[in-house]
Write a protein that binds this ligand. Structure first.
Ligand SMILES: Cc1cc2nc3c(=O)[nH]c(=O)nc-3n(C[C@H](O)[C@H](O)[C@H](O)COP(=O)(O)OP(=O)(O)OC[C@H]3O[C@@H](n4cnc5c(N)ncnc54)[C@H](O)[C@@H]3O)c2cc1C
Length: 389
């Protein structure tokens, strides 16, 4: 095998592996053993993870708590803005600022790898196929191929498609992700100027983040009922949105480092406030339809649909040694992990050496999931490094 470890994707979850290795004093060992990161974005300049035009859904402390102050990322913590965050760690800041900070952490990792003969971060390395062979993995794309003993999938998740909703035209559908990145403002403005309703489908965090975004960005163009929200059921409210939260139920786990209740169920932060304001009648431009999720009647009337129905893990094609397709086990939009080894599973059995972290690959603990910022300070990255190093 060319190297010990390959990581597919260089988003926040992949950064979490390096941050955790640094926190645990194992970064040098990780680089020495050999690590190759494959990222499909063309360059760090094009890297836009978490670059959403909304507030983070938890305090900035969550992004900082896992970073060792005297470690490889110390220089990123010394900037004036980050120093201000450290002095008021309970503040919630816009995700675009978080994204810019994460890009600086990514830059440190790139420089560390450049200075090390066994490590590299490869941009423009989209991985199309993975082959599981005896003793390791070969990943490949249009750039070539590379083999390793261990493999971590950190390629995030994509918005679930609406193909199952028969007859939903993609021409009249926008994806919540693009809305929140501010990429489709002209289409939204045009629809609102023409008096069309904007229909948000889904009761997820993204759905109510989208509603909040529309209320703020297009305030002057909204009339009564301009925004229609279709949810299967009334979204749950995440009750532990402060940093040190009381456990909600007997089985909830509290992260020992951050105090975060390790449970992600329902809306938090600004998205939660938006739902509560709608329910209190303080947002006349928004109508909430609980239990009515068929967008067809709205589309027939020319509405613009925003798909916010949740995320599904992005997994490149996976083959066994004989070239047969493997299908990883999934539960509720997340890939399953073996409870003891933390490896991903096929048919209930661990695939030796195959791990996953990040959105779509979250660790499950009873009813709870490790999500988002937990990739920085939660147990997921530590479990993987413990198995690999
Ligand atoms: C609206 C919204 C708000 C959110 N708010 C927060 C928040 O406040 N706090 C928080 O912590 N989290 C938040 N999240 C969740 C957030 O998206 C995740 O925490 C974070 O982006 C997950 O990181 P990731 O690395 O798993 O995935 P991603 O950020 O999706 O990164 C995956 C990376 O892998 C690359 N990639 C994908 N496929 C391949 C391939 N085949 N080959 C090579 N590279 C590939 C991608 O280019 C990307 O760089 C939010 C999500 C949404 C949608």
């Amino acid at each position: 095998m060319d190297t010990l470890l390959q990581i597919i994707g260089f988003g926040p979850a992949a950064l979490g592996l390096f941050i955790t290795a640094d926190r645990n004093g194992r970064l040098r060992q990780m680089l020495d053993c050999g690590v190759q990161v494959h990222e499909r974005s063309g360059s760090l300049e094009q890297w836009d993870c978490l670059s959403y035009e909304i507030e983070a859904n938890s305090p900035i402390a969550d992004f900082l708590a896992g970073i060792r102050r005297d470690g490889a990322f110390a220089q990123c913590l010394q900037q004036p803005q980050v120093q201000r965050w450290l002095q008021a760690p309970d503040q919630v800041v816009p995700l675009v600022q978080v994204s810019a900070f994460l890009r600086q952490l990514a830059q440190v990792i790139i420089e560390l790898c450049l200075a090390h003969p066994n490590a590299a971060v490869h941009f423009a390395h989209g991985v199309e196929a993975i082959r599981c062979e005896a003793g390791g993995f070969t990943v490949s794309g249009s750039w070539g191929s590379c083999s390793s003993r261990y493999l971590v999938l950190a390629c995030g998740a994509r918005v679930r498609d609406l193909q199952h909703q028969q007859g939903v035209s993609t021409a009249s559908t926008l994806c919540s992700d693009r809305v929140l990145r501010g990429q489709v403002d002209p289409a939204l403005l045009q629809a609102l100027e023409q008096g069309k309703a904007v229909v948000v489908l889904g009761g997820s965090h993204s759905a109510f983040s989208v509603v909040g975004y529309l209320l703020e960005r297009f305030a002057g163009w909204l009339g009564p009922g301009s925004i229609q929200v279709l949810c299967r059921r009334r979204p749950a409210l995440w009750a532990a949105s402060t940093r040190v939260a009381a456990p909600l139920r007997a089985q909830d786990r509290v992260d020992e480092d951050s105090g975060e209740v390790n449970r992600f169920c329902g809306l938090r932060g600004a998205a939660q406030d938006t739902l509560l304001q709608i329910e209190a009648g303080a947002r006349a431009s928004v109508v909430l339809h609980i239990g009515a999720t068929d967008p067809q009647p709205w589309l027939a009337r020319g509405a613009l649909l925003i798909n916010a129905t949740g995320y599904r893990p992005r997994v490149p094609g996976l083959l066994d040694g004989q070239g047969r397709q493997l299908s990883l086990d999934q539960l509720d939009g997340n890939l399953c992990k073996h409870p003891q080894t933390h490896e991903l599973t096929v048919g209930g059995a661990a695939v030796p050496g195959l791990f996953g972290t990040g959105l779509g690959f979250s660790d499950r603990r009873g009813e709870t999931l490790e999500v988002g910022v937990n990739f920085f300070h939660g147990r997921c990255a530590g479990n993987i490094l413990h198995a690999v190093l």
